[in-house]
Design a protein around this ligand. Structure first.
Ligand SMILES: Nc1ncnc2c1ncn2[C@@H]1O[C@H](COP(=O)(O)OP(=O)(O)OP(=O)(O)O)[C@@H](O)[C@H]1O
Ligand SMILES: [Mg+2]
Length: 304
């Protein structure tokens, strides 16, 4: 089963535990530092491979060392990177994440090459061959908010492909623009603050209903440790998170998307697929980095 991930590619540099930034030039020893392939397309691509899917990813990175690293680690994890654009003279997107002892994750971020992605960077023929297309971070790759891309998504869906949408930022202007994707996707998976910022609604159920009214078949709002709210024309279902020893919640949303897509591709209904997403997210919460803790599909489903 082939899945194409399209959108945001980021190198995450994570350290844990970090309680404060040291004074002056002081050094604080930490337990662990990791570099990972992350972001709503790249991180989800890695998770999708771990869950047993064939995955090709599309978007853009720079020609810097971070780009070398991102391509190498994605390829090592089994993601097809042959369709990923490299931009001369641009910086690859990166985040520095000092992870708090409770798993909280403040960040410093450079959006870099993600900001310039356009339809010209995507391989339409490869997308036509995919069973599922996951759009990761369309608020940040805002150049893809293009009527010609919407036409392609409609064509893919008419041909039977599943199209899913995740967001990345907490920026109201960018999130507002990403609403233009809603009539052209099957499922949208924002987190709580993104759902509220996209709609201006007073609470999550109202936000989910407002997003559903714009055209997708379902809205899955992730609520961190509270789980997720799944809203379709059939009604609203709260899917609780699974109890886990939390090390770092970075990439939990990406893992949720990967588990959800995998469930649907295995013929599961929306609520069961949401549980698969919840299990994948719980795995990722247990380790440092957006792919940590996730190994394979059987071990993930064993949590359920
Ligand atoms: N502390 C936690 N314990 C257990 N599960 C968690 C925890 N935090 C998150 N999750 C799981 O991960 C899912 C997604 O989390 P969250 O809402 O934080 O996503 P997000 O903000 O999109 O994350 P990211 O974009 O960094 O991947 C939740 O629906 C839940 O199932
Ligand atoms: Mg997210």
């Amino acid at each position: 089963m082939t899945v194409a991930t399209v959108g945001v590619h980021i190198v995450d540099i994570l350290a844990r535990p970090v309680e404060h930034i040291p004074e002056g030039q002081d050094t604080v020893l930490v337990d662990q530092i990791r570099l990972t392939a992350a972001g709503a397309a790249a991180g989800t691509a890695v998770d999708l491979v771990k869950l047993g899917n064939d995955v090709v990813t599309m978007g853009a990175v720079g020609d810097d060392e971070l780009g070398d690293f991102l391509l190498a680690v994605l390829a090592k994890r089994g993601v097809d990177v042959s369709r990923l654009a490299r931009r001369t003279g641009e910086q690859t997107a990166a985040s520095i994440l000092p992870i708090r002892p409770d798993g909280g994750r403040p960040s410093f971020h450079v959006p870099g090459a993600n900001l310039g992605v356009t339809l010209a960077d995507l391989d339409a023929e490869t997308l036509r061959g995919a069973r599922a297309v996951h759009l990761g971070g369309m608020d940040v790759t805002f150049g893809l908010g293009d009527p010609a891309f919407f036409g392609l998504l409609d064509e893919l869906r008419a041909g039977g492909a599943l199209v899913t949408l995740d967001l990345l930022s907490e920026l109201p202007d960018l999130l507002g623009m990403a609403r233009a994707f809603l009539p052209h996707v099957d499922y949208v998976l924002p987190n709580e603050s993104q759902a509220l910022l996209m709609t201006g609604a007073a609470d999550v159920p109202a936000a989910a209903r407002a997003l559903l009214a714009e055209g997708p078949r379902g809205v899955l709002v992730t609520l961190g440790a509270e789980g997720s709210l799944v809203v379709t024309s059939a009604g609203e279902t709260h899917v609780p998170a699974l109890k886990t020893d939390v090390a770092d919640t970075t990439g939990c949303g990406d893992a949720y998307c990967a588990g959800f897509i995998t469930g649907l591709l295995h013929g599961q209904d929306v609520i069961t697929a949401a549980r698969w997403g919840t299990a994948a997210a719980a795995r990722v919460a247990s380790g440092l980095g957006s792919d940590a803790g996730l190994t394979d599909l059987p071990a993930t489903l064993a949590l359920l």
